[in-house]
Ligand binder design. Structure first.
Ligand SMILES: N[C@@H](CCC[C@H](N)C(=O)O)C(=O)O
Length: 279
């Protein structure tokens, strides 16, 4: 089996093309083995590029634990880099990539790719509008519970604000089990810990963020998570809040643009190595 290792702001992936759509889905245990950093190659997720029913290609996304996810904002840019590098899509026109969460459009831009992510949804709209929060979150290393806001994009996220950047930096590297949500989301969730950090001189909002991904644990960056974080912080800030946000994570900075409920994500992606699996 041939795989390509790629990363997008240090969220790393294994990719392979199944353009005829004939390969059997990998067993969860096989995905776990490939993504294991000691027993396999190591990655936060695995992407099978398959034929689409609608659109140019289908993104079949698996988390490192083998679970399926709707889509991946960093992974889709890694997939775009793969498509361009392998001559599968020229990017003179945008790529329309089908995901389990709908069709996403990807354009090549200076320094990376810009992805039209679709609409962000606040699942508990009345509660979100009244209180700004709909869940209580317990995080290892932080006393008590903190309020969180659920955002679907389309995969599930809960965004939690922390008081300051020192607080964020002081936390240990977190596993999924280190974070509890009440009420617990039925299909699990990704969790973003954020510290809003004012505005740049050109009026962009700034957010510092760490993320604990569903099916993985803490990762160095999350594209859908950056979008959910910007959407939640803008929701909390109310009228007059910036439309463009710089979301700074341990793996790098992503740009999120918000136009009503439509969200756009821009950032880099690069291929790292081709790998031949021996067994
Ligand atoms: N890292 C991704 C998100 C991958 C899926 C996520 N763990 C889930 O289960 O929803 C991103 O960059 O968006």
């Amino acid at each position: 089996m041939q795989l390509t290792k790629a990363h997008a702001t240090a969220n790393d992936f294994l990719l392979y093309a199944d353009l005829a759509g004939v390969s059997e889905p990998l067993a969860d245990a096989e995905v776990r083995r490939l993504c294991d950093r000691r027993l396999g190659i190591g990655a936060d997720g695995l992407i099978r590029i398959a034929p689409a029913r609608e659109g140019d290609f289908f993104m079949d996304y698996r988390n490192a634990d083998g679970s399926y996810a709707e889509m991946c904002g960093n992974g889709i840019r890694a997939m775009a880099a793969y498509l361009r590098e392998r001559g599968l899509h020229e990017f003179s026109a945008p790529a329309r990539i089908e995901t389990r969460g709908g069709i996403v459009t990807v354009n090549a831009v200076a320094g990376g790719f810009r992805v039209a992510m679709g609409r962000a949804i606040l699942p508990a709209r009345e509660i979100a509008e009244r209180d700004g929060f709909d869940v209580a979150v317990t995080i290892a290393g932080i006393a008590g519970q903190r309020p969180g806001l659920s955002v679907a994009l389309p995969n599930p996220h809960v965004v939690v604000a922390l008081p300051d950047a020192a607080n964020l930096a002081a936390l240990p590297w977190l596993a999924e089990a280190d974070v509890q949500i009440d009420p617990a989301p039925r299909a699990g969730t990704n969790v973003e810990l954020v510290v809003p950090g004012g505005e740049t001189s050109d009026g962009h909002g700034v957010i510092d963020m760490r993320v604990i991904e569903r099916g993985v644990g803490e990762t160095r960056s999350c594209g859908t998570g950056a979008c959910a974080a910007a959407f939640a912080v803008r929701h909390w800030a109310g009228a007059g809040a910036p439309a463009i946000w710089q979301v700074r994570m341990p793996g790098g900075t992503l740009i999120v643009e918000i136009d009503g409920e439509d969200v756009y994500l821009t950032g880099p992606a690069e291929l790292v190595a081709d790998v031949t699996l021996l067994s």
